[in-house]
Design a binder for this molecule. Structure first.
Ligand code: NAD
Length: 489
């Protein structure tokens, strides 16, 4: 069902779609499959709610309380939501549980931030003048989300959008709509005015494209693939709407010879294979300094095949399947390409033999060694369980290799040399750099990409400001005749 203007309804065309468990292809639920008409209805509802509804009169503090309450709802229903997320995406339950804790934290953060920006008063340029800069909501926001972290990515958009006073139309990925559906069911307890938060399900080229195109939408915040991001930019040009894009990554994880190697390698496995590599910030490119290169490849050659695949509900499973048959085919095509390009396939690359996994969209964790920047598997985002290893001889070369793709989302440096850590962090062209760590993020620090990894920032104060316009109000307390056009008096 869609949630539009405060009511649940089926798709205008009465179409439905089965949501599939990627572990065994069982049908988890059958949901509405919307199209452009549904998106248009939701945009119209959001437009009315923004332009003429009571929402605009809500104080920032009241909106903050609402967003905080939404976070509490997530925390109270964390077990249920985590289970839904695991069934729909295939990721291990402990990862989904971590997502829910993070989501509650994101709502809490923006709930608290909602009334902290009081605008600012600028020193009067002349007697009798007041000059204030106010922050106002942008208007109707389309929130288009991917399938790898369905509810987490939505929270990064929904929390600041509502806290800032916008109305929204959310569109989850058609592959993983179930946790978003449940969140909207829970949200009805909050008595938001009708039309403030709308949900439309359906395929990207229909529902998502309509949100990107619609003249009734003032801002589109999109997380997903780079090619879709380009299409959204083009569609958004029609009414010059604001856009925020969180696109992919091909993130370098750099290990210098002086690093604490056991720890670095332990983290490198998680960096590359968490959620089967379906993570925008995955450390999919390992760069290793010459002196430790052979040791690292030998360690990985033993560790990567030992990664336990399984159902997300199996506590023994370390990672799950890919999200769909189509996505698995894309990952497998990249693995074939790597072999054709001449990279050394050390392990993995096939579907697992275990009959218990035969119904799922699994690919074995895969390791390619002796890679270099000429290979497409090194430069392009695969978004699967595929790790490439390159060697470098100097700090300068490590930085050049690390920066040598079109992406710039994240990266990590492992070294015992504090000065080098800071130098390399400074030189990396990426929105997030970890030093002797990988993957953590915090709601109060901005997240986003350099280069083609995106436009704008989520999280942090900037992630709130994305959903606002500034307005300069200049008041002349005692206007005097100007007498510029004296003859017209
Ligand atoms: P995708 O681009 O295929 O789809 C993302 C969303 O866009 C889905 O809801 C989809 O229905 C919609 N969509 C598809 N075509 C559209 C169109 N023409 N117009 C408007 N909307 C459209 O991406 P995906 O496969 O769901 O997610 C994987 C990608 O997301 C990866 O590239 C990954 O790196 C990226 N990602 C980035 C971040 C980040 O923070 N930078 C986080 C998560 C995922």
């Amino acid at each position: 069902m869609h949630y539009i203007d405060g009511t649940w309804r089926g798709a205008a065309g009465a179409a439905t779609r089965a949501s599939i468990n990627p572990f065994d292809q069982s049908v988890l639920d059958t949901v509405a499959e919307g199209d452009r008409a549904d998106a248009q209805e939701a945009v119209a509802a959001a437009r009315r709610a923004f332009d003429t509804g009571p929402w605009r009169q809500t104080t920032a503090s009241a909106r903050g309380r609402l967003v905080t309450a939404l976070g509490q709802l997530v925390a109270e229903h964390a077990d249920e939501l985590a289970r839904i997320e695991t069934l729909d995406t295939g990721k291990p339950l402990r990862d989904s549980e971590q997502d829910m804790a993070d989501i509650a934290g994101v709502f809490r953060y923006y709930g608290e931030l909602a009334d902290k920006d009081a605008g600012r008063e600028i020193p009067a340029p002349a007697a009798g003048i007041t000059s204030r800069v106010l922050r106002e909501p942008v208007g109707v926001c389309g929130l288009i989300c991917p399938w790898n972290y369905p509810l987490l990515q939505l929270s990064w958009k929904l929390a600041p959008a509502l806290a800032a006073g916008n109305t929204v139309v959310a569109k989850p990925s058609e592959l993983t709509p179930l946790s978003t559906l449940r969140l909207f069911e829970l949200m009805t307890a909050l008595d938001l005015p009708p039309g403030v938060a709308n949900l439309v399900l359906g395929p990207g080229p229909q529902v998502g494209a309509e949100l990107a195109r619609s003249p009734g939408v003032d801002l589109v915040s999109f997380t997903g693939g780079i090619e879709t991001g380009r299409q959204i930019m083009r569609a958004a040009a029609g009414n010059v709407k604001k856009i925020a894009l969180e696109l992919g990554g091909k993130n370098p994880n750099i290990i210098f010879a002086d690093a604490a190697l056991d720890t670095a390698l332990d983290y490198a496995l998680t960096a590359a294979f968490l959620h089967s590599g379906q993570v925008c910030s995955a450390g999919a490119r390992l760069l290793v300094e010459e002196g430790r290169y052979d040791e690292v490849v030998a360690w990985l050659a033993a560790a990567v095949p030992a990664i336990r695949l399984g159902s997300g509900l199996d506590p023994e499973a370390e990672t799950g399947p890919l999200v769909s048959a189509e996505h698995r085919a894309k990952v497998e095509a990249y693995i074939r390409l790597g072999v054709e390009e001449g990279a050394r396939l050390v392990c993995g690359g096939r579907r697992p033999d275990d009959p218990a996994l035969a119904g799922g969209f699994f690919v074995e964790p895969t390791l390619f060694a002796d890679c270099d920047a000429s290979l497409r598997i090194v430069r392009e985002e695969i978004f699967g369980p595929v790790l490439t290893v390159e060697r470098f001889a100097s700090e300068d070369q490590a930085v050049a290799l690390a920066n040598g793709t079109d992406y710039g989302l994240a990266g990590a440096v492992w070294t015992g040399d504090a000065g080098r850590a800071q130098r390399v962090a400074g030189a990396l062209r990426a929105g997030t750099v970890w030093i002797n760590d990988y993957h953590p993020y915090v709601p109060h620090a901005e997240w986003g990409g350099y280069k083609q990894s995106g436009l704008g920032r989520e999280l942090g104060v900037a992630g709130f400001e994305e959903y606002t316009e500034t307005k300069h109000v200049y008041e002349n307390g005692a206007p005097r005749p100007q007498r510029v056009f004296a003859g017209r008096r």
